[in-house]
Design a binder for this molecule. Structure first.
Ligand code: GLC
Length: 737
């Protein structure tokens, strides 16, 4: 008896622990969730478990900035946010309104024109990492940026969001931003693919452009984003190209992006960029956003089942007019993006509005500011020699992190130029607004209620007695003034700034003009102003960066990513009549073709106000002894151009050596020279370095429209070693066999 009881009791712990183990045993993970399996196998497995309805539901929005995952299978939703310069505040579920959260005030990083102006891929890397950490912390799957549309005209309202006029510079600068951003497990979304080079009529204008200009000018930065940075999503542009909307354009999306460049990610519309179910299905679109919700095309609220890729798409699939393989490709691309982001358990946790990110914003700003003119070395401003510094201009105090459209930010901090200058120069600073532009407003301009005469007189009073005047003007990301949804209406500075400057110059010759713009502007006063600084839209640390540069704490090292023409008619896009820009409201023909920016100025011999790649320093540099490793190259080889850079001045600084290539006696029209290499060199006073810039012979190809492929002719070429497109120091001949 006792033995029986004991033998049973003896089993209790065994049963107990066995039970515990089975209760605690990790549930067997579904195959698609097991990160030990290859990504493609997981995608296939998840796809095989999904219904047609679940696959279709992934291909379109469920709210303003999100799309469905597969709740039944534990596959997360996709959450997106603007924008390229920082993580936009939370937007409401079904309208463009702000959600008024109190935990989403971010770091505002400099606009991408400033990043491009650093000509330093390391700045792109730290920028992409920081903005990616903020997007990750805000739990976003996709950050809707960077934008790399080419700067074709100074009138484009969104140039401030992009990386300038040259495809090679934009390509080099966009890759590290995307690579570092995506290391946070957040997808970048390179935009707006393609030919969205203006805001006027952006929703429909049908762009016609040659294959050469498309391939040599407008696509390279997108190609670099896809083939080098491996970007996980691409945003289709609003406009049309050769009669098809870019969000469902067979040539751009199927043939070039997905077939030729082997893009394996997700094509997302711009918001409201889809216009047709069959084209959306068959022409390469994967995810439709922004159609028909409040504030866009239709006022039906929560109209997500009405989307082209929603019920209408499901209908076509059920009828068999669209094969399920088309749907499977879309769903696979979206799953791939989700597995790389939301379902990547190894991704970091991110961080938000941190001191470290403020430092990144400041560093990029300080390296991107461009010193355009400094006659008489009026800069840097030595505090010990100055008693009275007058700061004049609305942009010295106006917030410039707001406005501009979808890249608008709710910044945790924003140091204005005036605050930065007061921190640096203390009570020496006096201030007068000088001019006023009116409150920020989207889609329209609201004039200021302030009296212009009074403002002007107050400015003249402090200008008269100042040792130096710092005029802080420019545009301001209001409608028509560097803002999405509208182009500029004048090449001149707005709000009578030119007149105000004339008045100031009558009472004080020592004027430093600081411009906050994302575009070139006319400078009728340039001969009378000793110093001009291009200060972009610098974000949270604007005032500190501007004060650092004006005081000489930082030696400016930025160079222009686009040309400043003297007058608008000197620009290529404005040299062929309205059909060339802005188009006839239906069609636009890029008759400037491959001659964009400095390519136009060089070929037509039009001297710019300031050249592409121009930027001064508080020190001087000398380039010397350029030589190539060989004289003759095959098409598969790389030209190595070696030379010495010396800092011949008294302070540390950085020079950006640039290599432009000329083809002599080309059988087709080619620009006089094209940027194919650059290097930023930091040198102490007196220091010199020997630098080598490689240029792959294949990179000096042009698009041969006869064969529909890239072509390098044998013959004579010249390696132009320069410090700007307007300042070639040496010409080194080479031959291609
Ligand atoms: C806007 C912009 C695009 C932005 C999107 C979402 O219309 O064109 O850049 O990411 O819609 O705000």
């Amino acid at each position: 008896m006792y033995k029986q009881i004991f033998s049973i009791l003896r089993m209790v712990p065994v049963v107990f622990f066995a039970g515990m183990i089975s209760l605690n045993a990790q549930p067997v993970k579904p195959f698609y969730m097991n990160e030990n399996h290859p990504l493609e196998e997981r995608v296939k497995n998840a796809l095989s478990l999904m219904t047609m309805e679940e696959k279709v539901a992934m291909c379109h929005a469920q709210s303003k900035f999100s799309s469905k995952g597969v709740a039944r299978l534990g596959i997360p939703e996709v959450w997106m946010s603007d924008g390229p310069h920082g993580v936009r505040e939370e937007i409401l579920w079904d309208s463009w309104g702000e959600a008024k959260w109190t935990n989403d005030s971010c770091t505002a990083f400099p606009a991408l024109t400033c990043l491009a102006a650093t000509w330093n891929p390391e700045m792109s890397a730290i920028y992409g990492k920081a903005v990616g950490e903020e997007a990750r912390y805000r739990k976003k799957t996709v950050l809707l940026g960077p934008g790399v549309n080419i700067y074709r005209t100074p009138m484009n309202g969104r140039n401030f969001e992009y990386m300038g006029e040259d495809p090679y510079l934009a390509s080099r600068m966009v890759v590290p931003y995307i690579q570092e951003l995506q290391k946070n497990g957040v997808a970048a979304c390179v935009k707006h693919y393609a030919l969205n080079n203006q805001e006027l009529w952006r929703g429909h204008i049908n762009v016609e452009v040659s294959d050469r200009a498309l391939r040599e000018i407008y696509l390279p930065a997108f190609k670099a984003a896809v083939t080098e940075a491996k970007v996980w999503s691409v945003m289709g542009a609003y406009n049309q190209f050769r009669g098809e909307h870019c969000c469902h354009n067979d040539l751009l999306l199927n043939k070039i992006l997905k077939d030729e460049w082997r893009f394996d990610g997700t094509v997302i519309t711009d918001w409201g960029g889809a216009h047709n179910t069959m084209q959306s299905a068959m022409n390469g679109l994967d995810m439709e956003m922004g159609t028909g919700t409040d504030g866009m095309t239709r006022s039906v609220s929560n109209a997500y089942d009405n989307y082209y890729l929603a019920l209408p798409f499901l209908d076509e699939l059920r009828k068999g007019t669209v094969p399920e393989s088309v749907l499977n490709d879309k769903a696979s691309r979206i799953l791939r993006m989700i597995f790389r982001t939301e379902m990547n358990s190894k991704r970091p946790l991110g961080s938000f509005a941190s001191p470290e990110h403020a430092q990144v914003a400041r560093k990029v700003a300080e390296e991107g500011i461009v010193l355009l003119k400094n006659s008489g070395n009026i800069l840097p401003l030595d505090a010990s020699k100055l008693k009275n510094i007058a700061v004049i201009g609305e942009n010295a105090t106006r917030s410039l992190t707001v406005g501009g459209g979808s890249s608008n930010l709710k910044a945790k901090n924003e140091i204005s130029p005036l605050t930065g200058l007061r921190t640096r120069y203390g009570s020496k600073i006096t201030y007068a607004m000088g001019y006023a532009s009116g409150p920020p407003a989207y889609g329209r301009e609201i004039p200021s209620k302030l009296n212009a005469e009074t403002l002007r007189n107050e400015a003249i009073v402090i200008a008269r007695t100042a040792d130096v005047v710092i005029f802080v003007g420019g545009l301001n990301k209001n409608h028509f003034q560097d803002c999405e949804g509208g182009d500029r209406q004048s090449y001149n500075l707005p709000f009578d700034q030119d007149q105000l400057l004339d008045e100031i110059l009558k009472v004080n010759k020592n004027v430093v003009v600081v411009l906050a713009t994302g575009n070139a502007v006319a400078m009728p006063w340039i001969e009378r102003v000793p110093a001009v600084v291009q200060a972009w839209y610098l974000g949270s640390e604007a005032g500190n960066a501007i004060a650092s540069v004006l005081s000489g704490d930082v030696n400016p090292s930025g160079k222009l990513p686009f040309t400043f023409p003297v007058k608008l008619s000197d620009n290529g896009a404005h040299s062929f009549g309205p059909l060339c820009y802005p188009g006839d409201s239906i069609k636009e023909v890029y008759m400037d073709d491959i001659l964009v920016g400095y390519r136009w100025h060089d070929t037509k011999n039009i001297a710019p106000l300031f050249a592409f790649g121009h930027g001064l320093s508080y020190t001087n540099f000398a380039l010397s002894n350029p030589q190539t490793d060989k004289k003759t190259y095959t098409k598969a080889e790389t030209v190595k151009l070696t030379f010495t850079v010396q800092n011949t001045g008294k302070v540390s600084g950085a020079e950006i050596a640039q290599v432009y290539v000329t083809q002599k006696n080309a059988p087709v029209l080619r620009p006089a020279k094209e940027l194919k290499g650059f290097k930023k060199v930091f040198l102490k006073a007196g220091e010199q370095q020997t630098i080598t810039i490689p240029v792959k012979v294949e990179d000096i190809a042009y698009w041969d429209e006869k064969t529909g492929n890239w072509k390098v002719d044998a013959g004579e070429f010249v390696m132009n070693l320069a410090t700007s497109a307007g300042d070639v120091k040496f010409k080194v001949p080479v031959e291609v066999k």
